[in-house]
Design a protein around this ligand. Structure first.
Ligand SMILES: [Zn+2]
Length: 291
């Protein structure tokens, strides 16, 4: 869990060069606020994979190597316009903020592995990442199936756009869905029975990991080799793709389901996140910082 990453606000000062933004524009800064700009990843617009490590917006250091970044806990932030995103007007700021993290985390692999009409996509886990993944995969035209521990969130899953919903606590699920999915996006960070889940992939199917598992996992080869399947990883997205995602969400009226809180409630909210008791992201109203 990496809280306080992204921040959305209004431009209130611009630098000396005439740029793409003007005072009063609604803009956002995602998970990183800078990168080296010279490595192969940066030159390809994949700044999230910067070889020197992008300068994360929260709990990292600025380019000077000593000033800490405070992300969503800041009242203001100074950022080069190349790392600033335009927030479409039809997405309320609080509902747009998690798109800059959860939204792009799901959008990027869905696009890279060609989710769309005729494709069967499984989303493992219905939390902050999963709920946006369902919306985006559905808008892309894929058949979306949620794989959740229980059927507790089934109604929510359908409301968000899922075509099917299965409980992974039911062993029948794994028999029924064997060789089903072209793509599974795994958003859960707990240990799983890899062979069991990989067998849900169709021939040439791919499972993409976007959650951050706490420990390394020993992998068996049987399920991978038994269907030319792949396991891959993906991490947020570059600036260009993040803007593309925001425009896509604007067009399809997609935003994050959130609970907006004053910063004074942040400890309570943290506990609720630990207890998986949030639907589906907390957002801090920064106006409350000066209260
Ligand atoms: Zn770089």
């Amino acid at each position: 869990m990496v809280p306080g990453h992204e921040i959305i606000g209004i431009v209130n000062k611009i630098g000396s060069k005439v740029g793409r933004y003007k005072i009063g524009d609604k803009v956002g800064v995602g998970c990183f606020a800078d990168s080296c700009r010279k490595c192969e990843a940066c030159l390809k617009g994949l700044e999230q994979y910067c070889f020197e490590g992008p300068n994360l917006t929260y709990n990292a250091l600025e380019k000077d190597g000593k000033t800490p970044t405070q992300g969503g806990y800041s009242e203001k932030i100074v950022v080069d316009e190349n790392y600033v995103l335009s927030i479409p007007n039809n997405i309320p700021s609080d509902q747009a903020a998690p798109l800059l993290c959860a939204g792009i985390t799901m959008y990027s692999p869905l696009m890279h592995w060609n989710a769309g009409p005729g494709k069967k996509v499984g989303i493992m886990g219905l939390g902050g990442l999963g709920h946006i993944g369902i919306k985006i995969a559905d808008a892309l035209g894929a058949e979306v199936t949620v794989l959740s521990h229980s059927l507790r969130k089934q109604e929510d899953g359908k409301r968000l756009g899922a075509d099917n919903f299965y409980a992974t606590s039911d062993p029948q699920t794994f028999k029924k869905l064997k060789r089903s999915f072209d793509l599974i996006i795994n958003t859960i960070s707990i240990e799983i029975d890899w062979d069991r889940y990989l067998n849900l992939l169709a021939l040439d199917g791919t499972m993409v990991l976007v959650g951050v598992p706490e420990k390394k996992s020993p992998l068996g080869f049987a399920a991978l080799g038994g269907g030319r399947r792949s396991i891959a990883g993906s991490s947020i997205g570059g600036i260009r793709e993040t803007q593309e995602m925001l425009n896509f969400c604007s067009k399809h009226n997609i935003s994050s389901d959130i609970e907006c809180i004053p910063i004074q409630q942040v400890n309570e909210a943290y506990q609720r996140v630990v207890n998986s008791d949030v639907r589906y992201r907390f957002v801090i109203d920064n106006k409350s910082i000066s209260n």
